[in-house]
Design a protein around this ligand. Structure first.
Ligand SMILES: C[S@@+](CC[C@H](N)C(=O)[O-])C[C@H]1O[C@@H](n2cnc3c(N)ncnc32)[C@H](O)[C@@H]1O
Length: 231
């Protein structure tokens, strides 16, 4: 794990408002945010839902998220599973869980017009490591662990949301050992999506064997990456 991140993990992040009026968290010491400052909800819907979850066109999916963070991607995936009648087994990992008292202040459920599901969002945050939450057609499991240490099932995930902090902050999370781990955990025809379009990262994906697509990103991001496991 990056010592840079480890050193500052006790320092409080601060809430900021992004351009679509949704909030995110900023870690001032790293000048790093949990979501795009051009729109947190817009980013999540565009990259992970539209270009990942819905791109696959499957009705039953195993999804893995690297970096649960505020839970925004997980919550929007949950809402999508309800609206589109999808059966989702959602697994995610987080080694520095945020206090729910802070996450609550982001008001995601009200911005997403889903205050009736507030309690489910809270349950996701309060869930213990590896506790299974059954929320209708959406099964949720969170590993409270570092991705480097977590054993993942082989050939299991249809979709991977790769939502780590950027390579400038945590370069090791964008290098071959972990990306190979993602490949191994994915089914054939599985899809990994991420906001990252860095050259070295894309070369590493190709070396591993991924078929790489550079696709248009949300506002403020010309290009994002989608990597397909076609073997
Ligand atoms: C960009 S944020 C994720 C944002 C999140 N997807 C959301 O919707 O709020 C990256 C997350 O990865 C977590 N993280 C950092 N290093 C990690 C590691 N080695 N293993 C697991 N999680 C890690 C951070 O604590 C942070 O919550």
């Amino acid at each position: 794990m990056s010592s840079k991140y480890k050193d500052i993990k006790h320092i409080q992040s601060r809430i900021i408002v992004t351009k679509d009026n949704s909030k995110t968290l900023l870690i001032p010491e790293l000048d790093e945010t949990y979501h795009s400052t051009n729109g947190a909800i817009t980013e999540s819907k565009h990259i992970f839902i539209k270009e990942g979850l819905l791109y696959s066109q499957r009705k039953k999916l195993n999804v893995f998220e690297m970096g649960f963070g505020t839970g925004l991607n997980a919550f929007i995936t949950y809402l999508t599973s309800i609206n589109k009648n999808l059966n989702i087994d959602y697994s995610c990992i987080e080694c520095f869980p945020l206090p729910y008292s802070l996450v609550k202040q982001l008001n995601y459920s009200s911005l997403l017009k889903a205050t009736d599901l507030d309690l489910d969002f809270e349950k996701m945050h309060l869930a213990k490591s590896e506790e299974l939450l059954e929320l209708g057609n959406f099964n949720f499991t969170k590993y409270l662990n570092a991705i480097q240490e977590q054993k993942l099932p082989k050939n299991h995930f249809d979709i991977v949301y790769y939502d780590a902090f950027g390579p400038k902050v945590q370069s090791e999370l964008w290098e071959r050992p972990l990306l190979q781990k993602m490949w191994d955990s994915m089914k054939n025809e599985g899809v990994l999506v991420t906001y990252c379009a860095q050259g070295q990262f894309k070369r590493t994906l190709k070396e591993i064997g991924f078929h790489l697509e550079s696709i248009p990103g949300p506002p403020g991001k010309r290009e994002i990456s989608r990597a397909l496991k076609l073997s």
